[in-house]
Design a binder for this molecule. Structure first.
Ligand code: MN
Length: 290
């Protein structure tokens, strides 16, 4: 029995979110047995939210939206014009998520997505806290939750560990801000796959599963036995979404931000079916003795 809803990132199937790309991602997500489709909002200008919502409902799928910010629209900047553009991007992303029928907006909501080449400043951090507090209050009014996805040092300078994410969430100080762990980033930054789950506990609201090279689950060296047991030990019942990227499916923007330069697979639907089975089996394995 699987308690957690399982999801897959749309970039396993489609590089953007035009109506035909969304329809294809929905059909393949459903065919592979998932409950959730995660849509990155990097291509929101091409997204027809009402049509996508209708198609998601028709397929019986939940939607989770994710994104990072940009260097000219970054709430962790010291430049208030850059911060304002980041805040506007977050506001429109919250609205699009709501229009899609989603209740979770997550990702690197706190900064641009990329290699900063310098450390976060106290003023920049304070700007991020202030913007995210306002966004969380607005989200609360819509019955929505914000996720702080902990990303590695090459993608953000704001939060790289669970401890840093908890401190940021504490400073934001709103109950509808949760922590989002990702095995790919944990592998780079954390001591192990157990302590972060223990530390975050019931503040964990979303999980990404990815291999160390973001390819097929089980083909790399991530210790998924520890990862899944640690998640089970805190009785996590939220969504678990598979993330994988290859130069086979390219987004003109997101693939570059994620440094996807090579082919790790050629067949997204086959990859998605394999991951669903891998995660289902791993979850079942944690429940053998319970
Ligand atoms: Mn992730």
């Amino acid at each position: 029995m699987t308690l957690n809803k399982l999801g897959v990132h749309a970039l396993v199937f489609s590089g953007g979110t035009t109506p035909s790309e969304v329809d294809y991602a929905i059909a393949q997500t459903k065919a592979a047995g998932y409950d959730i489709l995660e849509l990155s909002l990097h291509d929101a200008q091409n997204l027809d939210a009402p049509a996508a919502r209708a198609a998601l409902e028709e397929a019986g799928l939940d939607v989770v939206c994710s994104r990072g910010l940009a260097f000219d629209a970054d709430v962790s900047s010291e430049d208030l014009e850059v911060v304002a553009r980041g805040a506007a991007l977050l506001q429109s992303s919250l609205q699009v998520t709501h229009d899609l029928g989603g209740t979770i907006l997550t990702g690197a909501l706190y900064s641009a997505f990329g290699n900063f080449g310098r450390a976060l400043t106290p003023a920049g951090r304070s700007n991020a806290v202030s913007v995210l507090k306002d966004l969380a209050v607005e989200a609360q009014g819509k019955g929505m939750t914000l996720g702080l996805e902990i990303c590695n040092r090459y993608e953000t300078n704001v939060i790289n560990t669970a401890a840093q994410a908890l401190a940021l969430a504490d400073d934001i100080g709103e109950d509808n801000v949760m922590i989002h762990l990702d095995s790919y980033h944990m592998n780079i930054e954390e001591d192990d796959f157990v302590r972060p789950f223990q530390l975050v506990g019931d503040r964990l609201g979303y999980v990404h599963i990815g291999e160390n090279h973001r390819g097929y689950l089980g083909s790399g060296h991530i210790d998924f036995t520890s990862f899944f047991h640690a998640m089970a030990d805190i009785d996590y019942t939220g969504g678990i979404t598979f993330e994988s990227f290859s130069s086979t499916v390219v987004s003109p923007t997101l693939s570059n931000d994620l440094s996807i330069w090579r082919n790790l697979w050629n067949d997204g639907p086959a990859l998605a079916r394999h991951a669903h089975s891998f995660i289902t089996n791993a979850l079942e394995g944690t429940r053998v003795y319970s």
